[in-house]
Ligand binder design. Sequence first.
Ligand code: ATP
Ligand code: MG
Length: 225
Amino acid sequence: MSNIIRVENLVKNYQSGTEILNILRGLSFQVPRGATAAVQGKSGCGKSTLLNILGGLDHSDSGLVEVGGLDISGLPERDLTEYRRKKVGFVFQFHYLLRDFTALENVMLPAYIGNRKKKDALKKAAFLLEELGLSGRAHHYPSQLSGGERQRVAVARSMVNDPDLILADEPTGNLDRQNSLTVVELLYRAVENRKISLVVVTHDEKVAERAHIRFELVQGVLQEA
Ligand SMILES: Nc1ncnc2c1ncn2[C@@H]1O[C@H](COP(=O)(O)OP(=O)(O)OP(=O)(O)O)[C@@H](O)[C@H]1O
Ligand SMILES: [Mg+2]
């Protein structure tokens, strides 16, 4: 089976004043296409940094970062923008929904911007909202939704452009136990239905347990847990 992610010897340092912080220290790992992977590790160990590099939101210092067979570490900004729009979907701890748009509009927006016809974008978004148990909430604004519902809208939005990979950084970090289990179950089911690969950063044992592969980030490298 081919790998959706292949990372070799990834190094990332940050400069903090005169100090150099060695965050990722020659990290290597793979994720097979269609698989789900959880990444755990102590606060500040570099989990978000790793996810941001995989998503083309941050640059590595050296190493190979291949997603879907494409080495993204050397891509010019224009191609990276294209990569972020078409190949990956993001879910963050905070939903980042646009407050002046309804749930449906928030979900269809990335598809619309990605030159999909409005009618197709609408259909796709409505379908995703239904799958995430939100068909009755399509015309609500973010302020009219609960925390768990907002996060489910964010999950729907991350999938609207048919990405190969979803990157989720503490997607349930702001939710209570019951809501976080619901959101996570729906997220896993939606990616599995579409054979989308998932990398989820989480502190929650329950969220990690559900993944095919579990990693722990320790001292700048990923270990299979
Ligand atoms: N732009 C930056 N400049 C300097 N240092 C940074 C920068 N971004 C992150 N860091 C540092 O890099 C380290 C890793 O940060 P990161 O956000 O990846 O951790 P994390 O594992 O996601 O933590 P948490 O679980 O708390 O979200 C931290 O020590 C952080 O302070
Ligand atoms: Mg983080």
